[in-house]
Design a protein around this ligand. Structure first.
Ligand code: GLU
Length: 465
């Protein structure tokens, strides 16, 4: 049977790394098994769901290229279907109307607590045959009253729940709207989901969902409840730790593949391999190998992996990422050759694409602002005549290339009996505005002769400090 997985976020908070990892595991498993991956937006909680959260889910999934094969489905568009299933269950007796009032339920709970029993619905309306005047009933699922449900969880192993512990769940409120656990059941059934991979905060819902599926004549899927991601300090992941909208990682200049690589390794391993391309992840991932210990989020490791991915990527593949970071700095560029050249010469010095863009501004501007400190240090009275000579040599070059620039600067340093640094630093400050840039030959080759000479001229006009 073909594998069908789904990612079913509730748009009540911003999609963050915890949700992304669940999505990733579901997506990977479907891809690995040649199956289908479905995206379903669980927006039945209309008060807490927001359009903004839906947008972050859709844009986040697109940014990460975790494309669904089906969906997005929206639960709010399936209410007619849920109502139809509820009618069927009322007809066949797997569900019943419950007329208990809030006050009665409160009293029931108080009495049970006083008797030191676990509070649960007693089932008084199970056998009621007549409506109760003036009370709009809820609909409850008739949970089996004895026996046990065993969740054969792929991560946790078998987990047993006694049916007496599970009371009759409300599946429709008195206004007729279906409840969360019920919608999940109908959807998983209708969508043919074979593997439910989700956070282990849902494990307690599973026996109820399995009972409802069985009552509907459906075969429960295989479940895998993956452990939560904790903050680096072992506490619940919070905003401070990176539980921010996944799109913030895009803004911060992380590569989607690096973030996915980081997340796949939380709770899953493949020998001691740390760096995975997307294809390698798909080839190696198996949900059966995910372990049940919660793992801590480690921002430094994510940063390290990001640079590893930047170093390994084809420069052309990084171009759109650099472009979007440059656009944020108000420096849009579609000069493919320059963009690729900048990537190749800058990636060793930046851990994120944002940092790369920031370090590379001077490649994409007409003129540069000179950093006063760098000027004071490198554009001294003694340096300006050297810079003047550099200008002459560069202007006279027959061809403009890194090799030609390198030879010209080296020759000049030898003639002046000085180090290459004394020749290169003033040029670097003149063209980059600061004393930091990729190797000077590569920098000038990328900038081109015209901009190089114009910037040297502007620097020469500076009165020495
Ligand atoms: N909507 C649930 C959530 O966002 C997930 C439910 C499920 O995967 O079954 O936590």
């Amino acid at each position: 049977m073909a594998v069908v997985t789904r990612f079913a976020p509730s748009p009540t908070g911003m999609l963050h790394v915890g949700g992304v990892r669940t999505a990733l595991f579901s997506w990977l498993y479907a891809r690995r098994m040649g199956g289908k991956f479905i995206l379903r937006i669980e927006d039945t909680d209309r008060e807490r769901s927001t359009d903004e959260a839906v947008r972050v889910i859709l844009e986040g999934m697109a940014w990460l290229s975790l494309e669904p094969d089906e969906g997005p489905y929206y639960q709010t568009q399936r209410f007619d279907r849920y109502k139809e299933v509820i009618r069927g269950m009322l007809d066949d007796g797997t569900a019943y109307h419950c007329y208990c009032t809030k006050q009665e339920l409160d009293e029931m709970r108080e009495q049970q607590t006083a008797r030191k029993e676990k509070p649960r619905y007693s089932g008084v309306c199970r056998d009621r045959t007549t409506p109760r005047e003036g009370v709009q009933p809820v609909v409850r699922f008739r949970n089996p009253s004895d026996g046990a449900v065993v969740v054969e969880d792929l991560v946790h192993g078998p987990v047993t729940f006694q049916n007496v512990e599970l009371d009759d769940l409300i599946i429709a409120r008195s206004d007729g709207t279906p409840t969360y656990n019920f919608c999940v059941v109908v959807d998983d059934m209708d969508m043919g989901v074979t593997h439910v991979i989700r956070g282990d905060d849902h494990l307690n819902n599973t026996p109820r969902q399995m009972n409802m599926l069985l009552a509907l004549g459906a075969k429960p899927p295989v479940y895998a409840h993956v452990p939560m991601i904790l903050g680096p300090d072992g506490a619940k992941l919070s905003k401070r730790h990176g539980a921010v909208s996944v799109l913030q990682y895009e803004e911060e200049g992380y590569l989607p593949d690096a973030l996915l690589n980081y997340l796949v390794r939380l709770g899953w391993s493949h020998g001691d391999q740390e760096i995975f391309s997307r294809d390698e992840m798909v080839a190696a991932f198996d949900i059966h190998d995910v372990n049940k210990a919660a793992s801590a989020f480690n921002p430094e490791k994510l940063l390290w992996l990001n640079q590893q991915h930047m170093m390994r990527a084809q420069p052309a593949a990084l171009v759109p990422h650099l472009q979007s970071q440059l656009a944020r700095l108000g420096l849009p560029s579609d000069n493919q050759e320059l963009l690729e050249g900048v990537i190749v010469s800058q990636r060793e010095r930046a851990k994120t694409m944002k940092e790369m863009a920031q370090n590379s501004r001077f490649f994409f501007t007409e003129t540069v602002e000179l950093d006063p400190k760098a000027v004071a240090k490198h554009l001294t009275a003694a340096a300006l005549p050297v810079l003047q000579k550099v200008r002459e040599r560069l202007a006279a070059l027959a061809e403009w290339s890194a090799v030609a620039v390198h030879t010209a600067l080296n020759d000049l340093a030898t003639e002046l009996q000085t180090g290459l640094g004394k020749v290169a630093q003033p040029v670097r400050v003149a063209v980059a505005g600061s004393a930091i840039s990729p190797p000077i030959d590569a920098t000038l080759a990328l900038l081109g002769r015209e901009r190089t000479l114009a910037r040297i001229d502007a620097a020469l006009k500076q009165s020495p400090p």
